[in-house]
Design a protein around this ligand. Structure first.
Ligand SMILES: Nc1ncnc2c1ncn2[C@@H]1O[C@H](COP(=O)(O)OP(=O)(O)OP(=O)(O)O)[C@@H](O)[C@H]1O
Ligand SMILES: [Mg+2]
Length: 506
């Protein structure tokens, strides 16, 4: 007998890729008007499971039932026809099309056989307003930042009026304000009887939004629990052990200033940015999205030009807008957009891990492939990269494991100044701790770390000092013992003074 409230049911689903059993007999069901959270470590099989429903992959075994009837989903159109809309973890928008064109891709409203642009843009406008994002339907997707891309994806899914909405880590790239907007939308959809499959690595979101949780580990379901389950218990189910300390920062001895930024200004983007990061130090940069944090570190790394000011590494001035000079001086940058900037997707894990090291070795005239292999093996092991082997293409790694490779690449490269822009986005709770341990090792060895993060507990938990940016300026600086969520937020929403020194935090 099928339950009238049951929207879909998955029974004993299996999926194997070369060298990996991604799903090993998973059961899952979704009811009308509920948020069912899928939880699991990086590589546990969450995205693979939902790709069976969106038609991206076909199962090797098991059954999928929609409304009590067994179905075969052979592509996106089958999925859509069954009332299923999917927001993927990796963006699926076409960069050269406009926002409206992306939202209605393949379903553009027509008039007399022609695409009705006016109507399409008006409809898009309504959807964009509904998700509360301020972007023109005529803007090219290429020009949007990562948070706005995500909001466009959400608008697109809403336009399908689906009965089942699947969201694969929708909050990974959103700020707390945007997350609140998203939650309001999800709650309204739930009220309307939509069933929502929600994937997240942010445990606090589970109690706030979820109804039930299915936990996957190594391609199997290890439990189904209510969303009110304690975070400790969820972690235990997910990683098979408890985590003692979520932010294990071990302070190192600090030495000379390795990175000095003086009066850095990019007209209209950021102004008069001055700070230092010393050997052994972790300096966090907090602030709201749009405060200019990413823009500043991209300029420091030489990826973007700037108009005034200086960047010095160990006292030596760097040529502006010259990534090679920055890298040669020992600066590394883990960018926020891993797919766009951090990885060569069709190269292997080993090749990606070796990208930076290779470069300096080739310059020195010798490449020790054996040593490189050993080093890649070591770092992949330390970070717990889940893969079939070092030869696996990065494209086929799970989202979180791709992020680990971006970080691993710089850890291998002997960087003196490591800049991390949202380093643990999409990383599971267990693997985060491993990354923090590696940051400890780096600073203990005398490196300087500059970390942007929108995850406040992370900035507060791992930084020795916190700079807070607002409106393109440094609004203040807080020592670790004065940095509280309230103190950071007060500075983040402040209007920084335009004259003289940035004020010290209170
Ligand atoms: N196309 C593919 N080819 C080979 N292996 C794949 C492919 N797609 C997924 N995998 C493998 O299947 C496993 C499960 O991956 P999946 O993306 O489902 O993990 P996930 O739970 O979504 O992880 P994350 O939290 O990192 O997003 C991983 O080991 C991954 O490398
Ligand atoms: Mg995934």
């Amino acid at each position: 007998m099928s339950n009238p409230d049951e929207l879909l049911r998955i029974e004993g689903i299996r999926k194997t890729f070369p060298g990996v059993v991604a799903l090993d007999g998973v059961d899952f069901d979704l009811r009308r008007g509920e948020v069912h959270v899928l939880l699991g470590e990086n590589g546990a099989g969450k995205s693979t499971l939902i790709k069976m429903l969106s038609g991206a992959y076909r199962p090797d075994g098991g059954r999928i039932l929609v409304g009590g009837e067994e179905v075969r989903i052979h592509g996106a159109q089958d999925s859509e026809r069954l009332g299923i809309a999917t927001i993927y973890q990796e963006f699926n928008l076409v960069p050269d099309l406009t926002v409206a064109e992306n939202i209605f891709l393949g379903r553009q409203p027509r008039r007399l056989g022609m695409i009705d642009r006016k109507r399409m843009e008006a409809d898009a406008e309504v959807l964009l307003a509904r998700v509360g994002v301020n972007v023109s339907p005529r803007a090219r997707v290429r020009e949007l930042g990562i948070a706005r891309l995500q909001m466009v994806e959400i608008a697109k899914a809403l336009s399908l009026d689906a009965r089942v909405l699947i969201m694969d880590e929708p909050t990974a790239v959103l700020t707390s304000e945007e997350v609140e907007k998203l939650f309001a939308i999800v709650r309204a959809l739930r009220e309307d009887g939509v069933g929502i499959v929600f994937i997240t690595h942010h445990l606090e979101e589970i109690a706030a939004l979820g109804d039930r949780v299915t936990v996957l580990r190594d391609g199997r379901s290890v439990g189904q629990v209510p969303a009110s389950t304690s975070e400790d218990e969820l972690v235990r189910l997910m990683v098979g052990r408890s985590i003692e300390q979520q932010y294990p920062r071990e302070r190192a001895d600090t030495g000379a200033a390795l990175l000095t930024v003086e009066g850095l200004t990019s007209d209209g983007v950021f102004h008069d940015i001055s700070f230092q990061v010393h050997a052994g130090e972790v300096v966090g940069i907090a602030g709201l999205v749009g405060a200019g944090r990413t823009e500043v570190v991209r300029a420091v790394f030489g990826a973007d030009p700037y108009d005034k000011g200086d960047v010095k590494v160990a006292g030596e001035r760097l040529r502006r807008h010259d990534v090679n000079a920055a890298m040669t001086a020992g600066i590394g940058l883990v960018p926020e957009d891993r797919k766009g900037q951090g990885l060569v997707l069709d190269a292997s894990v080993e090749e990606n891990l070796g990208l930076v090291t290779m470069r300096s070795a080739t310059r020195a005239g010798l490449v020790d492939l054996k040593a490189q292999h050993v080093a890649a093996e070591r770092i992949a092991g330390q970070l717990g990269v889940r893969m079939a082997g070092l030869g696996q293409h990065v494209r086929t790694l799970s989202g979180g494991n791709q992020q680990k490779v971006v970080i691993g690449k710089w850890l291998l490269a002997d960087t003196r100044v490591l800049i991390l822009d949202e380093p643990t986005r999409g990383i599971d709770v267990g693997a985060k701790v491993e990354i923090y341990q590696l940051i400890n090792e780096l600073t203990a060895a005398g490196a300087a770390v500059l970390m942007i993060s929108s995850d406040l507990p992370e900035v507060l938990g791992m930084s020795d000092r916190v700079l807070v940016m607002a409106q393109g300026r440094i609004a203040g600086e807080l020592a670790a013992d004065e940095a509280t969520q309230d103190a950071v937020m007060a500075l983040a929403v402040s209007t920084p003074t335009t004259e003289g020194e940035a004020p010290r935090g209170r």
